[in-house]
Structure formats: structure tokens, C-alpha cells
Design a protein around this ligand. Structure first.
Ligand SMILES: [Zn+2]
Length: 206
């Protein structure tokens, strides 16, 4: 059995890590943020993709592949359709060119409550909210890392999340397709190789 386990371990692809700077502009507790990011990480784990979130980002010489900003609400309550290089939702959006994801926490509170028309902010369970936040972040990361303007028919990259699936304890409805996980791995490995080359050029003084 042990030999088999080693053989299987040998066949598994090496993990690839992505550092993600997160700028928190919304008032969220540490517990909520930790749980939400854990939920996001779990969705990418089947592809051996390790997400490392940096909540105190400093300026780096290498431009991050993607940056996350969490705000309470959009500046304007205008929902755009999906268009070239721009992708919008009521809960958050991804600007593919700028490699920037914005999430709106108050919109998500309403989605978790299941009633979009309430003007006052509803009181929702912290853990359920965190779970939903993590899933929406994973969806937007999917757009950013796949360079995907459109959607898939099912799984994490489908266009609509129902209130029920967003809040359900199980994350079965938020799987990333194998080919999407592979495409993201390829993108990350490619970025690692490019960064290595850039670092070598700097060392050479070229
Ligand atoms: Zn989407």
C-alpha cells in the first residue's frame, strides 16, 4: 500500500503557488476574511494550485498577476453586461486588462440574505457570508487567471449563483473544470518562468 501511495504521490503534478495581494477597503472581521480566503483556496486545491493571499501588500518590482480589492459597494449602482476586457456582476467584477478584481461586501450581504430589495443592510451569519465571499472571489479569480470574458455551463465559472448554492455548506457546485485548472496551472508556470528570466536579466545587468 505504501508503495502505491508513493507512486501516486510521484504522479501528482508539483504544486504551483500564486501570490495574491488583497486590499481591504471594507470593514470585515479577521475571522470572516480568514474563512473566506480559506474557502477560495480550497476551490483551487484540486489543481495543485496554492493561493497565498497577502493582506498587507507592499510595492513589488514584479507586477502581480492579479490584485484583489474589497469595497463595501460600487461607486455607481450600474450593472454592465459582459463586454470585451470588462466583466461585471452585482457582487464583484474583474478588469482583465488591469488584472484587478473588485468585490462589494454589502452587495454580497444582500445576496446571502436572499433579498436584493432591502435597503437596510440585513444581518447575516458571519460564516455563511464568509463562505459566499470566498466563492465569489474564486469565480472572479477564474475570470482573471483564465482571461475569460464569458462563462461556462456549470461549476465555478457559470454565470449565475443562486442564493441556495452560494450559501450551501458543500462546495460541489463550485468546482473548477479539469481543463480550466490545467489552463490556470499553465498560466502560473509560464509567469514563474518569465519572472525567473527577468530576474536573471537583472543579475546579468542586461
Ligand atoms: Zn462571471
Amino acid at each position: 500500500m505504501l508503495t502505491l501511495a508513493f507512486l501516486l504521490a510521484g504522479l501528482a503534478p508539483a504544486p504551483v503557488t500564486l501570490n495574491v495581494p488583497v486590499y481591504l477597503g471594507a470593514d470585515l472581521s479577521e475571522d470572516i476574511v480568514t474563512s473566506a480566503l480559506q474557502e477560495t483556496k480550497r476551490i483551487f486545491e484540486p489543481g495543485r494550485i496554492a493561493l497565498r493571499f497577502d493582506l498587507s501588500p507592499e510595492h513589488h518590482s514584479i507586477r502581480p498577476l492579479v490584485t484583489v480589492v474589497v469595497l463595501p459597494r460600487p461607486a455607481q449602482f450600474k450593472v454592465y453586461g459582459c463586454s470585451r476586457n470588462r466583466h461585471d456582476h452585482r457582487l464583484g467584477h474583474t478588469q482583465l486588462g488591469a488584472r484587478r478584481i473588485t468585490l462589494w461586501s454589502e452587495q454580497l450581504v444582500r445576496a446571502v440574505d436572499g433579498n436584493w430589495d432591502r435597503t437596510a443592510l440585513p444581518d447575516v451569519d458571519d460564516q455563511v457570508f464568509a463562505r459566499a465571499l470566498g466563492r465569489v472571489l474564486a469565480h472572479e479569480l477564474g475570470h482573471a487567471l483564465l482571461g475569460l470574458n464569458g462563462h461556462r455551463d456549470r461549476g465555478l465559472m457559470r454565470s449565475d449563483f443562486s442564493y441556495r448554492s452560494l450559501t450551501a455548506p458543500g462546495r460541489r457546485a463550485f468546482r473548477l473544470a479539469d481543463e480550466d485548472l490545467q489552463a490556470i496551472r499553465d498560466t502560473l508556470l509560464d509567469a514563474v518562468a518569465k519572472n525567473k528570466n527577468a530576474a536573471l536579466r537583472l543579475l546579468d545587468g542586461a
